[in-house]
Design a protein around this ligand. Structure first.
Ligand SMILES: [Zn+2]
Length: 160
């Protein structure tokens, strides 16, 4: 088990995830991520990337890269930081030893690598294909500050 400050990376049921090792209060920044090995944004996504613009995908460093998806998450994106990567903030009070998860449809316009969700939350969408397909649900469920800004700023011109 590797520990980093107030978080730890754990493998549960064969899947890596990020878990809290202390409590966080709603609104607190939980992870300020950086780019993996100072990598540059790429035009195409991969299974481990996160989207920051219409054709810009980045690989975050650990532990952020191991954040799993939930349709009922406890953390959300909070805009890009000075590293050109995302900050993640607590969407609710988080206890110690909770897995931290965010909603992939708040950052990804279209998701290819991950589509079936079994997060187990009561409002699980079962299929997760990206903001393009669930934008109204996402905008209803999250404050604008917890949705990738490119999706909000440019969406009108991208939609038909
Ligand atoms: Zn789900």
């Amino acid at each position: 088990m590797r520990c980093r400050g107030s978080l730890e990376i754990q493998k549960t049921n064969g899947q890596w995830g990020v878990h809290s090792t202390r409590t966080f209060t709603k609104g607190e920044i939980v992870i300020s991520s950086n780019l993996k090995n100072n990598s540059k944004p790429t035009a195409t996504s991969c299974a481990h990337s996160i989207q920051i613009g219409w054709s810009r995908h980045i690989l975050m460093n650990l532990p952020a890269r191991y954040l799993n998806h939930s349709c009922s998450p406890n953390v959300g994106v909070l805009g890009l930081n000075a590293n050109g990567s995302y900050n993640f903030a607590a969407l609710k009070d988080i206890g110690c030893k909770e897995e931290l998860r965010f909603d992939y449809e708040t950052t990804e316009f279209e998701i290819g690598a991950f589509t079936q969700c079994s997060c187990g939350s009561p409002n699980c969408r079962k299929t997760v294909h990206g903001y393009k397909y669930n934008s109204s649900i996402i905008r209803e469920r999250y404050d604008a500050m917890n949705i990738a800004s490119y999706l909000l700023n440019d969406y009108v011109s991208q939609s038909d």
